[in-house]
Design a protein around this ligand. Sequence first.
Ligand code: PGA
Length: 233
Amino acid sequence: MTKIVAANFKTNHTKKTTKSYLESLEKKLLASDKIYIFPTPIALCENNFKHLKVGTQNAYPILNGAFTGEVGLESLKELDIKTILIGHSERRNILGESQKFCAEKFDFFAKEDFEIIYCVGEDISIREKGVENVKKFIKTQFENIPVQYPKLIIAYEPIWAIGSGMSASAEQIQQTHSFIKEISPAPVLYGGSVNIKNIAEILNIQEVDGVLVGSASLNIDSFYKIIQEARNK
Ligand code: PGA
């Protein structure tokens, strides 16, 4: 079965470059591919591609209102966007989103029947204290999250592996994914310095249902190589 491949553009690519990226990628894809692209908010476009889904990196849990700088459900509905990333470590840590707020967002978008890619992952100080500590921490990131939600996809992204060029080891990924799979029946993606060199090894781990890719997704050729690896895994 083909594994899931998601691209998080973060604050990269413009409206124009996102448009040409999506149009070129769409032409290369097969009906069996499971691809999600999360463009930067200003580059969000109509989710009307045949073989890929456009999702939002963020949104405020409101239809519309006075939340300066935020995106509301009304805007997403107009673009037919039905997928959202919640709990990414950059939003938790840089933008100060608490577990309580992530859970509120989850609840709001679950009621709207969104597909939710929910991110969890520990920082280096927790990892250095050992596996049991990692498990204990990850458990706290599932507080008030309905882990049986049918449209849930979990992404395990150790913070120390994100953007560092150093992914977690196969053993660490296998161990943590197995633990997450005891918590939830949802597919579990791995994220954190996934690239064309390590993709085969990562996708060969049985507990890995796909990958969430940041930097290596920005270049369409490298992202397409990752997609090719995910086929028939
Ligand atoms: P990275 O980012 O692939 O650049 O490490 C992954 C992510 O944060 O989703």
